[in-house]
Design a protein around this ligand. Structure first.
Ligand SMILES: *Cc1c(COP(=O)(O)O)cnc(C)c1O
Length: 230
């Protein structure tokens, strides 16, 4: 089932890329496995996927411990300061950094385990949920702080569009994230590269690709509906 979904998705992604003149290889599919058991993840792994994402630390940590070493782990949900220490030994990417205080804790904890963690700065592009993502005007300050870190590298931005059927509105929000990325390029340093745009989920990844996404985070379209939302 997963293999079939993945084949279909890859076909669709290739088709969208063809229409908008992009290379499908520039788009990384992150399989969001929240609520799904390890067997399901292994099925996706056997189908060829290597990038997996979770949105809760307590669900991610046991999965990171049990699954194969070559899995690339993405934390896509908000991380509380006191949970960062549980992630640093293994996580590869954190998409959801929205405050300097999280960068500070991440730097401290990653230094202790001698690792460099890749992060994306999450920006609130929907204007709705004040809790997820920094406000656009806070981005420059966060990037400037990140420039002084040694165990955290910033690779781009992450955003979640409004849950709406209005596709123009979604497109406008993704476009805003891309413009914000372009507008902050001047702040790039050795440890700050704004190449990645993590945007697009099962309902809107096609728009996200058209607007420049380099990472799409897919749950439902790969694994089917979730029994409950975490
Ligand atoms: C659950 C989740 C996704 C995947 O959502 P689907 O609509 O099931 O594809 C993507 N990003 C984040 C941050 C999530 O929590």
């Amino acid at each position: 089932m997963i293999r079939k979904n993945l084949n279909l998705l890859n076909q669709t992604i290739t088709e969208i890329c063809k229409q908008c003149g992009r290379n499908p290889e520039d788009i990384r599919l992150v399989a969001v496995t929240k609520t799904h058991p390890e067997e399901t993840i292994m099925e996706a792994y056997d189908a060829g996927l290597r990038d997996f994402g979770e949105n809760k630390v307590q669900e991610l940590v046991p999965k990171m411990e049990k699954l194969p070493a070559d899995v690339i782990w993405h934390m896509v949900g908000t991380v509380q300061t006191n949970k960062i220490k549980d992630l640093v030994a293994r996580v590869d990417w954190i998409h959801s950094i929205s405050k300097v205080k999280y960068l500070k804790e991440l730097e401290k904890r990653a230094a202790r385990v001698d690792r460099i963690i890749r992060v994306l700065i999450q920006v609130n592009i929907s204007g709705e949920d004040q809790k997820s993502g920094c406000e656009p005007e806070q981005l420059a300050g966060i990037l400037q702080y990140a420039a002084g870190l040694h165990h955290v590298t910033v690779h781009g931005l992450m955003g979640m569009a409004s849950l709406t059927a209005d596709r123009d509105q979604i497109r406008e929000q993704f476009r805003m994230l891309r413009r914000m990325r372009d507008g902050h390029r001047k702040l790039e340093t050795e440890s700050i590269r704004l190449d990645e745009l993590s945007m697009g989920m099962s309902g809107d990844y096609d728009i996200a690709i058209e607007e420049g996404a380099t990472m799409i985070r897919l749950g439902t379209s790969l694994f089917g509906g979730r029994d409950y939302t975490l």
